[in-house]
Design a protein around this ligand. Structure first.
Ligand code: KG4
Ligand code: ZN
Length: 355
C-alpha cells in the first residue's frame, strides 16, 4: 500500500480524479465510477429483490452468495459504462459497514484485491455517510451545514452535517422507519419490500381514514420510535380479523404512512430551526417515499428553509453515493490498508463530510 500512498500527491494535482466505488451491504450488488466526488460516470446496481421475495425479507446467506456471483460482472459493467479500464482509476472505495457481515465482505474483498493488484489507494466509507452524500451528487451546489434525516431499512437518524463532520442529533429507540414500512406491508399482505408498495397503494387511500399515534412527535428531543406505530396498525388488523371484517388496505397504508411521515418531518424541521440551519435533506431508502418528499418540501417552504433530496435511484442502496463520500477522504489522505475488514455495526461517529 506504500506505493498507493506515494501516488497521492500526484492524484491531488489531477484535474479529474476517478474513484471506483463498491457496495454490497445488504441486497444490492453495486459498483460506480465517480469523478471528482460529484459527477457520476457510471452507476450499476444489481438488485436481489426477486431472489428474496419468496421469503418475505432478505436472507443473509442468499445475499452473500449472490454478491459473490454478481460482483465481478457489476464492476466490469461500471468500468465499461464509464469508458475506463483499471488504468483509468485513481482510487477504489468500499462501504465496509454497517450491514450484513457476509454481504459486506464480498465488496470489501473485491476492493482490497483491486487496490492491491493496481496499486490504488483504498478508502473505506460508512454506508450512512454514503446515503447522506447522495445529496451532493443530486445538488452539486449543496454545501454543509445541513440537517439530514437518514431513513432506511436499518437506520432512522437525524444528523447535523457540518464541514467538520457528521454529528448524530437523534436516532430511533426501536425499529427503523423502513423496517416499520416493511413489517406493516407484510401484515397488510402487500409483500416485500414493503416501502415502495405502501407508497404506491397509499395513493389510492384516505390518509385520514384511521388515526394512528404520532409517537414522540411532541417530545423535545431528536429521537424516534416506530415500533408503537407498527404495533398499532397490526393490532388494528387483528381486531378486524377477529370481527371477521376485511381491512381497507389502501386506507390503512395511507393512514400509517401519514403518521410516520408527520413525525419524521416535524422532527427534522424542528431540529433545523433549533440548530439555526437553513437546509434540510433526506437520505436512505425511505427518502424515496413520495409523501415524505412532498411533506418535507411544503414544511420547509412554510418555515423558510431549503429542502433537498436525491432522486429515488440514489436514495436506495447504490455505490455512487459511496464514491462521493470517499472523495474528501482521498483528498485528505485518509486511506485504509490491506487489514480493512467488514464492520457490521460500524458507528456513525465523527466521519467527515464532503461539503
Ligand atoms: O437504504 P436502503 O436501500 O437499505 C438500507 O440501508 O436499509 O433502504 C431500504 C428501505 C426498505 O425498508 C424499504 O422498504 C424502504 O427503504 N423504502 C421505502 C420506499 N422505497 C424504499 N419506504 C417508503 N417508501 C418508499 N418509496
Ligand atoms: Zn442503505
Amino acid at each position: 500500500m506504500d506505493r498507493a500512498r506515494r501516488k497521492l500527491p500526484a492524484i491531488m494535482q489531477k484535474e479529474n480524479v476517478n474513484i471506483l466505488a463498491l457496495e454490497s451491504s445488504c441486497d444490492e450488488t453495486a459498483a460506480a465510477v465517480i469523478q471528482n466526488g460529484r459527477t457520476i460516470l457510471s452507476n450499476v446496481i444489481d438488485s436481489q429483490i426477486a431472489l428474496h421475495q419468496p421469503y418475505g425479507g432478505v436472507v443473509p446467506e442468499i445475499a452473500s452468495r449472490q454478491h459473490v456471483l454478481s460482483m465481478e460482472r457489476v464492476i466490469a459493467a461500471a468500468l465499461q459504462e464509464a469508458g475506463l479500464g483499471f488504468d483509468g482509476l485513481d482510487a477504489v472505495s468500499v462501504a465496509y459497514g454497517p450491514g450484513l457481515v457476509g454481504a459486506l465482505l464480498v465488496s470489501v474483498s473485491a476492493a482490497k484485491a483491486i487496490a492491491f493488484a493496481h496499486d490504488l489507494p483504498l478508502i473505506g466509507v460508512h454506508h450512512i455517510e454514503g446515503h447522506i452524500s447522495a445529496n451532493y451528487l443530486a445538488h452539486p451546489d449543496l454545501s454543509a451545514p445541513f440537517v439530514c434525516l437518514v431513513a432506511s431499512g436499518g437506520h432512522s437518524h437525524l444528523v447535523k452535517v457540518t464541514k467538520g463532520g457528521i454529528l448524530t442529533l437523534g436516532a430511533t429507540r426501536d425499529d427503523a422507519v423502513g423496517e416499520a414500512f416493511d413489517k406493516v406491508a407484510r401484515a397488510l399482505g402487500l409483500g416485500y419490500p414493503g416501502g415502495p408498495l405502501i407508497d404506491k397503494i397509499a395513493k389510492e387511500g384516505n390518509p385520514d381514514a384511521f388515526h394512528f399515534p404520532r409517537v414522540m412527535m411532541e417530545e423535545d428531543n431528536d429521537d424516534f420510535s416506530f415500533s408503537g406505530l407498527k404495533t398499532a396498525v397490526i393490532n388494528f388488523l387483528h381486531n378486524l380479523s377477529q370481527k371477521g371484517e376485511q381491512p381497507d388496505v389502501a386506507d390503512l397504508a395511507a393512514s400509517f404512512q401519514k403518521a410516520a411521515v408527520e413525525v419524521l418531518v416535524a422532527k427534522t424541521i424542528r431540529a433545523a430551526k433549533r440548530e439555526g440551519i437553513g437546509i434540510v435533506a433526506l437520505a436512505g431508502g425511505v427518502a424515496s417515499n413520495s409523501l415524505l418528499r412532498e411533506t418535507l418540501q411544503h414544511a420547509a417552504l412554510a418555515n423558510g428553509l431549503r429542502a433537498v433530496y436525491p432522486p429515488p435511484v440514489l436514495c436506495t442502496d447504490n455505490a455512487a453515493m459511496g464514491g462521493c463520500a470517499a472523495y474528501p477522504h482521498l483528498m485528505r489522505g485518509e486511506l485504509m490498508d490491506m487489514t480493512l475488514n467488514a464492520v457490521p455495526d460500524l458507528q456513525l461517529d465523527e466521519r467527515l463530510g464532503n461539503g
